[in-house]
Write a protein that binds this ligand. Structure first.
Ligand code: ZN
Ligand code: ZN
Length: 156
């Protein structure tokens, strides 16, 4: 299954294959500033399942170890290559066509969450999960995903 995606202006076009490893909301103040919103929404994919189909990106954010890729034209934050995790890519959920659920399964940086914000995330972390937490989270997401698939919400 291939899922398309695009930035606000449509010059940057992306595609992912398969289902996300997990969906996330990040409440950190950096994400609040970059989205001008309460939190960022993203879907984690294996990096090998991701491709840029058209357009150019520009690096934004802090220009640090994690590379935040924005559309070079409309400057929409489209995806992030997280530092030290070369095998995964974090794609902004609003870029993707509707077939990927944007509802966050986990949330990070609740320590910086705006006081009026709540999400339906099953896993919450004050900062970031420890690396050893990921297998549990991903397995739980996969199990939930199978249930959704059984209800016919996700295409096979
Ligand atoms: Zn654009
Ligand atoms: Zn964040």
């Amino acid at each position: 299954m291939q899922i398309g995606g695009r930035c606000r202006c449509g010059q940057l076009r992306i595609a992912v294959r398969g289902r996300p490893l997990v969906t996330m909301a990040c409440h950190c103040t950096g994400c609040q500033k970059m989205t001008a919103g309460a939190f960022s929404l993203s879907a984690l994919f294996p990096a090998a399942n991701f491709s840029v189909i058209a357009g150019e990106t520009a690096i934004g954010g802090l220009h640090g170890g994690s590379r935040h890729h924005f559309c070079a034209h409309c400057l929409t934050w489209a995806f992030t290559r997280p530092e030290g995790m070369d095998d995964v890519i974090n794609v902004g959920s609003p870029m993707l066509d509707t077939s990927v659920p944007s509802e966050p399964f986990m949330e990070t940086w609740t320590a910086e969450r705006l006081p009026w914000v709540r999400t339906p995330a099953a896993f919450s972390f004050e900062t970031l999960p420890a690396p050893e937490d990921f297998p549990t989270i991903l397995a739980a997401y996969k199990a939930q995903n199978s249930t959704i698939e059984g209800q016919g919400v996700l295409p096979a």
